[in-house]
Design a protein around this ligand. Structure first.
Ligand SMILES: Nc1ncnc2c1ncn2[C@@H]1O[C@H](COP(=O)(O)OP(=O)(O)OP(=O)(O)O)[C@@H](O)[C@H]1O
Ligand SMILES: [Mg+2]
Length: 186
């Protein structure tokens, strides 16, 4: 089975544990690529977790034309939440997502940038320690998750995005980052 990402682009299912960075200018199709990756992974019986900083991914729930059901994703947080996402629950949700068989979306749009970064630090650390099965983490707008965006006094820990990218694949949580500019460590 292959993941059909475009007319001329099919990748093996083990892409689920690959690291992938998507660069592109505004409107070049980064988010669309992320959603196609997610849909194809789901079709192939693989898990994904979309970390959504902008409220772009809740639309998974319905088809592209909005007339029928889409993917059975569990949405944490945001206006279309199935379950709430509390700013201090990063560690807890990292453990939940590690065990979850269903695909999910973490909608962080309602959190301030600083809160998003702190949430992701705890979430990714817990996920890294607890995850044991293949899981694709899809993170759109990844350039927003760097600790350099925090006020200087709050830059005590390494950016969560950089932490997760630097860690080994043996935890089986792969990353598909999408961003408009580089973060330096990919
Ligand atoms: N492969 C494609 N073929 C045709 N149209 C596409 C394709 N990919 C994306 N589009 C269209 O291009 C527009 C922008 O796509 P998208 O939102 O994915 O870009 P983006 O890079 O995420 O933008 P932004 O930088 O604003 O986040 C959308 O209207 C989308 O439907
Ligand atoms: Mg986008």
């Amino acid at each position: 089975m292959k993941l059909h990402l475009g007319e001329k682009l099919a990748l093996p299912v083990d892409f689920v544990t690959a690291a992938c960075v998507v660069y592109g200018g505004r409107g070049s199709g980064k988010t669309t690529f992320g959603t196609v990756v997610a849909e194809e992974l789901y079709r192939a019986g693989q898990r994904f977790c979309a970390i959504d900083l902008k409220g772009d991914y809740w639309g998974f729930k319905s088809s592209a034309d909005g007339k029928s059901e889409g993917l059975p994703v569990l949405i944490f947080g945001g206006d279309h939440a199935d379950l709430p996402l509390e700013e201090n629950a990063g560690e807890f949700l990292g453990g939940v997502v590690a065990e979850l068989e269903q695909p999910c979306v973490l909608d962080l749009e309602h959190l301030s940038k600083g809160k998003q970064i702190r949430f992701l630090g705890s979430f990714l650390t817990a996920l890294y320690h607890k995850n044991r099965a293949p899981l694709m983490l899809i993170m759109d707008e990844a350039h927003r998750s760097g600790a350099r965006d925090l006020p200087r006094r709050e830059r005590g820990h390494r950016a969560p995005g950089a932490q997760a990218r630097a860690r080994g694949d043996h935890r089986r949580a792969a990353r598909c980052w999408s961003q408009q500019r580089g973060l330096g460590v990919v």
